[in-house]
Design a protein. Structure first.
Length: 254
């Protein structure tokens, strides 16, 4: 008799699970099918043998408790994707406004500045504002939360966009510079969108969440300059005024 003949059961008795082997059909793990031979394999020179009685393997309560809840996992995945989608959209809207500012502010300043050498001052103030507000924005969000913090930043950005539009309409270089600085403050808040994605995602999804949020900047690289060109001559006598109205709308949406 071969080794496998000793390992296989020789009895043709029908298997009947006992009370201890019962399992919950509502759980994810429902058992596996195993084969029990009803006759001895290759018995006495006969090549006929019979398969099989399928029976579930009992799953202990401890094993079932360790299994992840499938429904809860799916809900967490949907929540993560929804949050990442919202944050990626906000990142795209913000970067669209920022690229619009970068493309148009030197041209606007060149027209309204008392000295043409000052045409790069507004965009420089926007960069300074971003650097100056990043840490205060982080500390504020730690105290009041991400959502209210982003709302505060958007309000500052809207005020900055209105100041820029007012400066263009009034041909006032200082007001336009103030608006660029305020938009830079808003940028300090918006830079934290990717970190918010890491906060709301589970550990296994954090890296992908950050990457997906940052991809919003790729779309913004095309949207911002297109909106700038679209609004350049939309208001007669005030070049790029409509572009900054687009900037305000983008900031509100973000």
């Amino acid at each position: 008799m071969s080794l496998i003949g000793h390992l296989l059961p020789r009895s043709s008795e029908t298997y009947a699970p006992g009370p201890a082997e019962r399992f919950d059909p509502g759980q994810l793990l429902r058992g596996i099918a195993v084969c029990s031979f009803s006759k001895t394999l290759w018995a006495s020179g006969s090549s006929d043998f019979e398969l099989i009685h399928l029976r579930p393997v009992a799953v202990s309560k401890q094993t079932t408790a360790l299994a992840p809840d499938y429904r809860e996992t799916r809900m967490n995945q949907r929540r993560d994707w929804r949050n990442v989608g919202v944050l990626a959209t906000c990142q795209m809207l913000y970067n669209s406004g920022r690229s619009l500012l970068v493309a148009t502010s030197p041209l606007v300043a060149y027209e309204i500045a008392p000295d043409k050498l000052l045409s790069t001052v507004p965009i420089s103030l926007a960069v300074i504002g971003t650097a100056a507000s990043t840490i205060p924005a982080s500390l504020l969000m730690r105290r009041i939360g991400r959502g209210p913090g982003f709302t505060v930043g958007s309000v500052v950005g809207v005020i900055g966009g209105l100041s820029c539009a007012w400066g263009i309409q009034a041909q006032d270089f200082l007001i336009f510079c103030l608006g660029a600085l305020l938009f830079g403050f808003f940028s300090g808040f918006a830079q934290l969108y990717r970190f918010a994605a890491a906060d709301v995602a589970v550990a296994a999804f954090k890296c992908r969440a950050i990457s997906l949020v940052l991809t919003g900047g790729l779309v913004a690289a095309f949207v911002g300059p297109e909106l700038a060109a679209l609004g350049q001559h939309m208001v007669p006598g005030a070049p790029f005024l409509a572009s900054y109205l687009f900037l305000i709308a983008l900031t509100i949406l973000s």
